[in-house]
Ligand binder design. Structure first.
Ligand code: NAG
Ligand code: CU
Ligand code: ZN
Length: 143
């Protein structure tokens, strides 16, 4: 899937996020291949699964973090943490606690990459426990 952010003045991030899980009891592997970040910047960028796969108002209509169990950030199933681009690219894989199966499936939701760093719940304010104060939404796509 490919989607761009269309905010002027922000990097035009594009690429793919691959999800692979061979069964409901197996681990979900997530591979990020993202491009278009500033080549000389080592700014960490937060990535999350957001609740809605609704891009009708760009990344702004994807809602907050997908939080089916009503827990604090960064315990949401799609709290992927921070990614430091290398030469403007993020190419990384991780194992996630999210799932493609059953009632808590992330299919139809969205992935959002933010302009800023995720404070991982340590920001000392209410927003920190909701979204990690990760800033503007650079790009997003539907899972
Ligand atoms: C994901 O889990 C598998 C199986 O436990 C392991 O072999 C692999 O190294 C893990 N991948 C990452 C990126 O941590
Ligand atoms: Cu987010
Ligand atoms: Zn979160």
């Amino acid at each position: 899937k490919v989607n761009k952010l269309l905010s002027p003045g922000l990097p035009c991030v594009y690429g793919h996020v691959f999800f692979k899980q061979s069964g409901p009891k197996e681990k979900l592997s997530v591979t990020f291949k993202l491009y278009g970040l500033p080549v000389y910047s080592q700014q960490p960028r937060a990535m999350h699964i957001h609740e809605y796969g609704d891009l009708s108002k760009g990344c702004g209509s994807t809602g907050g973090h997908y939080n089916p169990l009503s827990v604090n950030h960064p315990q949401h199933p799609g709290d992927f943490g921070n990614f430091v681009p290398v030469n403007g690219k993020i190419r990384q894989s991780l194992n996630s606690s999210a799932t493609l199966f059953g009632r808590l499936s992330i299919i139809g939701r969205s992935v959002v990459i933010h302009a800023g760093e995720d404070d991982l719940g340590r920001g000392g304010n209410v927003e920190s426990l909701l979204n990690g104060n990760a800033g503007r939404r650079l790009a997003c796509c539907v899972i």
